[in-house]
Design a protein around this ligand. Structure first.
Ligand SMILES: Nc1ncnc2c1ncn2[C@@H]1O[C@H](COP(=O)(O)OP(=O)(O)OP(=O)(O)O)[C@@H](O)[C@H]1O
Ligand SMILES: [Mg+2]
Length: 337
């Protein structure tokens, strides 16, 4: 089962905490050099999963293989993994250099070798000029990079990041996530990043595991998750959705036990009728930066559309067309229409 070409394999992982099943028979395979996000709402078990990969928690059942090696019962310091914690966990009284050197020091590495490795990694994260500063003297983004350097200096087979960007403001978050992705690609390091921010997951991951209550709902590429969300849960979690229960017309009758999901990007409005469009009234238009959110009322349904050119006004009368619909039954995708 274990395959040396995989960066990480989780097989049938189960974790019970406080008498509850928190992780439920979870399976995940990450390829070498791949960047995978664990994405899901608060409390779905992302951190618990990451802690089992890192060795801070031991599963009740299941196996953790890193780079083809079974590490399930090894402590964190014996695993070829390094973790960056959400709050960075830097030592405030130590300089940047000493913070980064710490994991090597506790491994009793020689002084010259430590200095060489720390300098190299500080170059990589572009922080050499701050090597003698203390965490309190540098910015949040720089602290984040110190925490990253402290993980990278260990030259792990797998890098684990738990919401590493959540303490940064929106602008810096985008910049640092691009830096991390860039570095990850350059070093070719297998990486698992935890986030509850879909935008973040979509923009930096090779694949995303969408989690729900201790299980993985879908594991796929960002594009695939967006275009073919396998469950209603995933469709709602990734992107935005118009949800119409049974009876929806649009030229077809939808059975009562099916739900139609329509991406607002797949709804268009025009003043004149085109094939497949139906009469609609514009009820509300909300500017959203680079597009407008347009609320449309049709005889069969209320629909939200994202419009960026020829934006209508509230009260306009015209026609709305749906170019793609996702049809769910018992929460599972049965067809696209
Ligand atoms: N030591 C513990 N004892 C009991 N329950 C726990 C323990 N640790 C975590 N849990 C519970 O396990 C569930 C999953 O927690 P976890 O920290 O993995 O969630 P998460 O997906 O990382 O959420 P967040 O996005 O808020 O960080 C939560 O309901 C949490 O309360
Ligand atoms: Mg968490």
């Amino acid at each position: 089962m274990s395959n040396a070409t995989h960066g990480l394999e989780l097989i049938g992982l189960t974790k019970i905490l406080g008498g509850r099943v928190i992780i439920d028979n979870l399976n995940l395979t990450v390829e070498k050099g791949e960047m995978v996000s664990l994405l899901g709402p608060s409390g779905c078990g992302k951190t618990t999963t990451l802690r089992m990969i890192a060795g801070f928690l031991i599963p009740e059942k299941g196996t953790v293989n890193v780079a083809g090696k079974d590490v399930t019962n090894l402590g964190p310091e014996k695993r070829p993994s390094a973790m960056v914690f959400q709050n960075y966990a830097l030592w405030p009284h130590m300089t940047v250099f000493k913070n980064v050197a710490y994991p090597l020091k506790i491994r009793k590495m020689g002084k010259a070798e430590i200095e060489k490795r720390v300098h190299e990694v500080l170059e990589v994260v572009n922080l050499m000029h701050h090597k003698d500063s203390r965490p309190g003297q540098i910015s949040g983004g720089e602290q984040q990079r110190v925490a990253l350097a402290r993980a990278l200096v260990q030259e792990p087979d797998i890098l684990l990041l738990d919401e590493p960007l959540s303490n940064l403001d929106a602008k810096l978050r985008v910049k640092v996530r691009e830096d991390i992705r860039d570095l990850q690609r350059r070093l070719g390091i297998t990486t698992v990043i935890v986030t509850h921010d879909q935008d973040e997951a979509l923009s930096i991951s090779d694949r995303i595991a969408v989690m729900n209550e201790g299980r993985i709902e879908q594991f796929s590429t960002p594009q695939d998750l967006y275009d073919q969300p396998a469950t209603e849960y995933v469709a709602n979690f990734i992107g935005s959705l118009n949800r119409i229960e049974g009876g929806y017309a649009d030229g077809q009758v939808i059975p009562g036990n099916e739900v139609v999901g329509i991406r607002p990007e797949d709804v268009s409005f025009s003043k004149s009728q085109v094939a497949g469009s139906y009469p609609a009234t514009v009820e509300l238009v909300v500017p959203r930066g680079h597009f407008h959110e347009v609320y449309l009322k049709r005889a069969d349904a209320s629909l939200r559309a994202f419009v960026s050119i020829d934006v209508p006004k509230a009260g306009d009368i015209g026609f709305a067309k749906v170019s793609k619909a996702l049809v769910y039954k018992d929460g599972k995708l049965v067809r696209t229409a």
